[in-house]
Design a protein around this ligand. Sequence first.
Ligand SMILES: [Zn+2]
Length: 721
Amino acid sequence: MSATKRRSIRVPRTLHRKPGLRHAPLYGSLAGQGSTNFRLMRLHPGILDQAITCSLEELPLNNAPPYKALSYAWDNTLGSSNSGSSPSTMWIRCNNVPIPVSPNLYAALQRLRSKDRVVNIWVDAVCINQNDPDERGHQVGIMRRIYQQAEEVAIWLGSKRDDDDLAEDFMLSLGLTSLDWTDNEETNRVFWLEFLRRSDCKRQYIFGGFCVLWLLSLGIPASVTPHISSPFGQSSCILNGIQAIMDQAWWQRSWVLQETVVAAKATCYYATLSCPWNMITKAAASYMNGQLSTNIDSAYGYVSLLAQFARQVRDIEIIRQDWRNPSKLVSLLPLLRQFRIRNATDPRDKVYALIGMVQYWGGQHKIAPDYNLDVTNVYWQVSITVIKNMQSLEVLCGTPNATSDGDPRLTHPGHPSWVIDWSYRPSATENIRLETQGFYDASSHLPPGQVRLHGRLLLEVEGVELDRIHWVCDEVVNSHHGRDGGARRWREVVKSWEELVAEVLGDDNRPYAGGGTVGNAFWRTICGNIEYTHAGISLAGDDVSSAYAKWRSVDFHHRRTTSIVGDHLQEPVFNAKHGMTEKEVESEKRNAFHYAVRFACSDRKFFITDKGYIGTGPRGVSSGDRVSVVSGSRVPLILRPSTQEVGCSHRVVETLIKRPEDRVFYQAGEEAKQMMRQGDSVCNELHRGLYNLIGDAYVHGAMDGVGLPADRSFLAPVFLR
Ligand SMILES: [Zn+2]
């Protein structure tokens, strides 16, 4: 995690500038490419405030003694009011050389050292010579193995803050310097008894938070845990405690994923408290299992918080499970999407932090960390690699950049619009929306087209223009603020969409341009035509229309009969012990519809085209944009005509996806020669009529290709820049 910050901090550079240090070579050159040598820190024993000392030793990875690997945030002040200011520097001595480290790293080392023995630990900021880009690239390349091979990955969340209650008096009474939940239930029970005994606590009851997470991890539902279901007193302190655990910068960092995903064993440390990672994941799973059901959560304050907690943990744990499951192979694009909302100080690490986890590239092209490339080149390489490997344009889906999200500032000027800017953070639920892309196949009725690259800027695809966007409506703002998850505002926005549809297309029973009725097209559009049930995700069945009717009729302002809490719409029903009542079944369907709308529409705008197609698209969509169905993309794309011209002068044109009739099969060995002869060509054209990619769209009636001409003559080249 750490690696993010660490990498831009350039610790050793400071070092080299210090007079007198020139003759204390902390970093010799590691054995180079091809070897798997790394440096291990030997953290010397010490207690309390004694200075931290350590030594570094170069070792072959496959012959290393047992060691821990640290997963942490270099700067843990992010998100607090003083973010932006660089943290003050602390010093440790390594091979007798003073090294500056961040306060958060210092605190982690203090916590993890032993009072009487040397601890072997791998800490990226110290063990990698940050000043040597080649070593950095090489070590990042073997980092997955470093974490995989560690006997424990120590997840350092952060140190004690002012309002934290860590039950220190209890700890001292036991003669301990830390309280560690373990896989041994007996210890945990002792902590639980203490928890029940205590009547008083500080505002952020971290100890109480750990105790409640343990209880959840045993499968005990939150709704029957009285300690968190009262709106007063200890409950809110415990919730504050869990919130404090979740608010640490660690959760936002890109590097922590790989570090946690590949770990054989991981432990979470918060100041003097710790627990196994699997206690956290069991607690999250236990909460999620009950999520769709009615009545399991009522109008209690913990719902929104635990929903956020469960999502945050699930994101990591899903990949961790897949990574271990031999029948599932982790591939690059879902990883990039799932973790795009995280932070990486070095934007290249939005990619490099993940590639170590890729088990399936889908083709022969791979990406290796190279810190000599700039960020635009790294992202460009991602798009090209995925297009070539997957032989599809799936990578074009999602929010490409800030502009497509309605922000006129481009994060990386000069970046082609079709190259996804992974440093841009889209809506938190976009990855869930993109997981449903497999249910659509907008270009299925088109003949397969070709995809070619002119130089580095122009992407030539083939497609059909469906229509021009005429009316655009406000987006639904996805809000984690407030206990209702913004649900009231949601309803108002969707209502304004309904009104526009009624005004432009007429009432629900009128025929719709893409088939069926207007009313049917509308509810299917707002849920993306997707249904979430206990059995999984599927295309929405006809009966979902009744869930929509119920969802629509909920009185959002009448708090007595209906509470809207967190992600759920719920009515208080108190007799759930004996099977589900009709009301609960109904409520569950409505919950599911609400989920679907939330994933399909968060931060998306609603539009109607000239011919009367309706759909949803990115926030940046505007009147005059075109909806195109492009061969190789499962969903329609929104394109904006550009007045710019691009002249290709002796530009090499590389074919990324060939037309089937152009795919010629040669005997082994012949292929390379033939490719040279007829593969890439040169372009000298002046290209006009270019488009900028704005993003992907849901357009009802165009998601399965029905009604589109299937004649090659309709396929026209489209140039994206
Ligand atoms: Zn050209």
